[in-house]
Write a protein that binds this ligand. Structure first.
Ligand code: TRP
Length: 335
């Protein structure tokens, strides 16, 4: 009997440059999940514009993200890769869902409060409505699971609340999605401040390895990574956060276990250790960077994937939207 795969939905905003944290945490998971689930991976450019973007960069990063995904092993024949704005149903469902969402709920969202503080000159309606658009994304595809990090957990909760609310008022319409909290994928911290998650917007760029850093830059950043005053390469998050972070990165990029890595560097100094971590990361990134560049030179190939992706996505999304329009009483002309 053929097994029916569950549906998985995820989206990433085409803003900023990806870091090895995104790679080890999110992108590699996308690759791992694509066989197990029916996957929809969107590039959330409609979410991106809730803070002001440079138009040329937004365009370029949209294409760049697709190229990077494919270069990392996300297979367009297995998953649906598409641009959010290419499927109008997202905006259409978001409008309907707005009428099932309370202003107070949105005002209480942690990310809205954070972003309002950071972009005090542009607290636009889109910023406030961000979680509703995200609910529309997820609900359009009848997603069973959504892989989420801690920062998106509240948004998934509100998605579930909105879905349940709608289902209760009408009749079961939306699949109520579950969060997929995977243990796989290392948590990678900042090289300069290992108490913080590695972030694309860190104050000190030396603490972050970007996906497009050259080998020289990568080695230089690892050489400068913060460690501690003893000299033992040993995993101890509490007392040796810098070294532990480097061990996690090494393990994540070589596939070796932490004990294997500890054994490998027993009796060696931090200098050798840091160099080895840098080389391990550069060895993984180099072929990805080459393939990304090659793909970016083939615009037609990438556009074809986006066209096909939008078509497949719209096919599913429009069915859900039709169902919603019917239930809420939007008039449809007869045939
Ligand atoms: N808000 C998510 C982020 O910034 C991106 C996103 C948009 C998303 N729509 C989604 C994630 C739907 C999961 C499901 O990370």
């Amino acid at each position: 009997m053929e097994e029916v795969k569950k549906t998985l939905y995820s989206a990433v905003q085409p803003t900023n440059t990806l870091t090895i944290g995104n790679y080890a945490g999110a992108i590699r998971n996308f690759v791992r999940l694509q066989d197990e689930y029916r996957c929809f991976y969107a590039i959330a450019n409609m979410h991106a514009i809730t803070v002001r973007q440079n138009p040329a960069e937004l365009r370029q990063k949209t294409l760049g993200l697709l190229a990077t995904y494919i270069a990392c092993g996300v297979d367009p024949d297995k998953c649906t890769l598409y641009v959010q704005s290419h499927v109008p149903a997202h905006a259409e469902l978001a409008w309907v869902l707005n009428t099932f969402t309370y202003v107070g709920e949105m005002e209480r969202m942690t990310q809205f409060k954070d972003k309002s503080a950071r972009h005090a000159d542009n607290i636009n309606m889109g910023l406030m409505d961000y979680p509703v658009l995200m609910a529309a994304d997820i609900l359009l595809y009848n997603a069973d699971v959504v892989p989420v990090g801690i920062d998106q957990r509240q948004h998934l909760e509100i998605t579930r609340d909105i879905a349940i609310r709608f289902n209760n008022i009408y009749s079961p319409t939306f699949v109520v999605p579950e969060g997929l909290y995977t243990k796989v994928g290392a948590k990678i911290n900042d090289l300069q401040d290992p108490s913080k998650k590695m972030s694309k917007s860190a104050e000190n760029p030396n603490g972050t390895i970007f996906m497009d850093d050259t080998k020289d830059t990568i080695i230089r950043k690892f050489k400068r990574a913060v460690t501690d005053s003893d000299s033992e390469v040993r995993y101890d998050e509490e007392n040796k956060p810098g070294v532990s972070n480097l061990l996690s990165i090494y393990s994540s990029f070589t596939g070796k276990t932490i004990p294997e890595a500890e054994a490998e560097f027993a009796g060696k100094g931090y200098g050798d250790f840091k160099l080895a971590v840098g080389e391990a990361v550069a060895d993984v990134l180099e072929p990805v960077q080459k393939e990304t560049a090659r793909l970016l030179s083939d615009r037609k190939y990438l556009d074809d994937i986006f066209r096909k992706g939008a078509e497949d996505a719209a096919h599913v999304a429009n069915k859900t939207l039709d169902k919603v329009y019917r239930k809420i009483g939007f008039y449809r002309c007869g045939n």
